[in-house]
Design a protein around this ligand. Structure first.
Ligand code: GUN
Length: 287
């Protein structure tokens, strides 16, 4: 079997077109959706991610500001900046790019963002709403993966799903969304015994470990759907994921590539979350 390739670029383009239409409709009602993206420090990968997010916003007709601060910024200064954005009516979404410098406490920073502007969905109240089945914002990467599974018409009710990686950004919210859709979900982590047994029994495998090519074809059930969240640069200068693409595509029924899979979907869903935040603000203004 050779797996179908799940085209995240094409699906993201469709979603971004829909966001552009909703953005134009909001503008006609007097609200231009606005996103503020904050980057502290000069991590090269984060700089690329943040620039891509801001460019995608502009292309979809959203207002966006990128605020870049030196690594020497104090946490107090960052909190003051967030508080100003929380009450700025032109801003509907606030994103603080992670990781933050070691002298900052990411939890405290995320909790300072107004929950109704937390377009990453990382605030504790948004995590709680997701866990109890009433999400306000779904974290962008897991949300994008759900859209990919939906577009591929992957059955979720009763499916066995394994999420490899238990981060607050991807693994845990991913498991919640799959579970809410009726899948039976196992979250594996770096200490899981016999990881290959777990992945090898799954209909759906989502891999977000941050370790290059750690899931290969021998660890995947024939016909499974495999979603790769990782992105790494190989010693030869090419990009690869957490999944060994060449061996897994011989076994899986569908696979998301790196690049061109989850990455573009994460950005598209950030735009969706921002437009939803702006639509809610417009609704509250009108009522
Ligand atoms: N760092 C890596 N992924 C993300 C993300 O989705 N949001 C933020 N804010 N930082 C990240």
């Amino acid at each position: 079997m050779t797996a179908r390739v799940i085209d995240g670029v094409a699906l993201a383009a469709t979603i971004r077109q829909d966001v552009a239409m909703r953005s134009a409709a909001l503008k006609a009602q007097g609200t231009q959706p606005g996103l503020a993206v904050i980057l502290v420090g000069s991590d090269p990968a984060s700089q690329v991610y943040v620039r891509n997010k801001v460019t995608a916003c502009q292309q979809a007709g959203l207002y966006s500001v990128m605020e870049q601060y030196p690594v020497t910024m104090s946490q107090q200064e960052l909190l003051a900046r967030i508080q100003a954005l929380n009450v700025d009516p032109a801003i509907h979404g606030i994103l603080v790019q992670l990781p933050l410098p070691p002298h900052m406490d990411a939890h405290q920073v995320i909790e300072a963002i107004a929950a109704e502007k937390d377009v990453d969905g990382f605030h504790i109240s948004n995590a709680g709403l997701l866990m109890t089945g009433k999400p306000l914002f779904r974290p962008c990467t897991p949300y994008g993966i759900m859209k990919m599974l939906e577009a591929e018409q992957v059955p979720l009710r009763g499916a066995v799903a394994v999420v490899v990686g238990a981060s607050n950004i991807v693994g845990k919210p991913m498991a919640m969304l799959l579970q809410s859709a009726g899948a039976t979900v196992t979250i594996c982590n770096s200490k899981t015994r016999d990881l290959a047994w777990h992945t090898g029994h799954a209909d759906i495998v989502v891999v977000a470990t941050g370790r290059a090519r750690m899931i290969d074809g021998s660890m995947v059930k024939p016909g499974a759907v495999v979603i790769d969240v990782g992105i790494h640069r190989t010693p030869e200068g090419k990009l690869c994921g957490d999944v060994d693409y060449e061996s897994v595509r011989q076994v899986a029924s569908a696979i998301s590539p790196v690049p061109g899979g989850v990455g573009p979907m994460t950005i598209a869903m950030l735009l969706v979350n921002t437009i939803e935040a702006a639509e809610r603000a417009q609704h509250n203004k009108a009522t």
